[in-house]
Unconditional design. Structure first.
Lengths: 115, 116
């Protein structure tokens, strides 16, 4: 597609529920990133994929967070047993891959509210 | 320690005036890139401008310019002739290393309000 697509746009989950957030990167983009943006804050790095390989997951806040990209295109961020502190906007970004460039292309994000 | 510091949580500027958004950064890596992103209320992050640490000249993109002062570790964004559509959150960000796949670290942002 023309841009990075994320779904759902909004998600309300009851505390303890599992959620799955989807990211559809720009076609042909090798690299994919997930960020978490709490209200009033800048985005915080969660994890990075190069094709289907998860090369950096240092930003995942707990083992309740899990991300996958099995075929090297669409990625899913899963949060198990959601907690109120998980409420945030989850941003996905993609780029062409290793090599010098000027930045990534971001999606519009999924706003997760845990009640 | 904060890698990216934006000291202005909010700014109000009259339409058509120029505005400077402050950003300082902290790194010991000689190779790095600096970015500014705009985030309107719709939520998407829009790339505005990039400056590499080895670039000799300040970056410019249309009405946006980056005032890069390497010795002071400062990378302020200047928007000339501000417009109502410039009202948004603005994030300064840094990537340590020059590879596209090094992660980008963001500041806390500045909310810019353009007044008619």
């Amino acid at each position: 597609g023309a841009g990075v697509s994320q779904s759902p746009r909004y998600k309300v989950a009851k505390r303890g529920q599992d959620v799955a957030l989807r990211c559809d990167p720009i076609s042909g983009h090798v690299s994919l990133f997930w960020y978490q943006q709490a209200l009033g804050q800048g985005p915080e790095f969660l994890t990075y994929f190069q094709n289907e390989a998860q090369l950096d997951k240092s930003g995942l806040p707990s083992d309740r967070f899990f991300a996958e990209r099995p075929e090297g295109s669409v990625s899913t961020l899963k949060i198990q047993r959601t907690q109120q502190e998980d409420s945030a906007v989850y941003l996905c970004a993609s780029s062409l891959g290793p090599g010098r460039d000027y930045g990534y292309t971001f999606g519009s994000g999924t706003r997760l509210t845990v009640v | 320690a904060q890698k990216i510091t934006q000291t202005q949580p909010g700014m109000f500027v009259q339409e058509k005036e120029a505005v400077t958004l402050d950003c300082t950064y902290d790194t010991s890596d000689p190779s790095y890139g600096l970015f500014w992103y705009k985030q309107p209320s719709s939520g998407e992050m829009i790339f505005l401008i990039y400056q590499g640490s080895y670039d000799q000249q300040n970056a410019t993109e249309g009405r946006y310019s980056l005032n890069f002062q390497k010795a002071r570790k400062s990378a302020n964004l200047v928007i000339s002739a501000s417009q109502l559509g410039d009202s948004a959150m603005y994030f300064c960000a840094m990537r340590e290393g020059m590879n596209r796949d090094d992660k980008i670290i963001f500041g806390k942002g500045t909310r810019l309000h353009i007044l008619p």
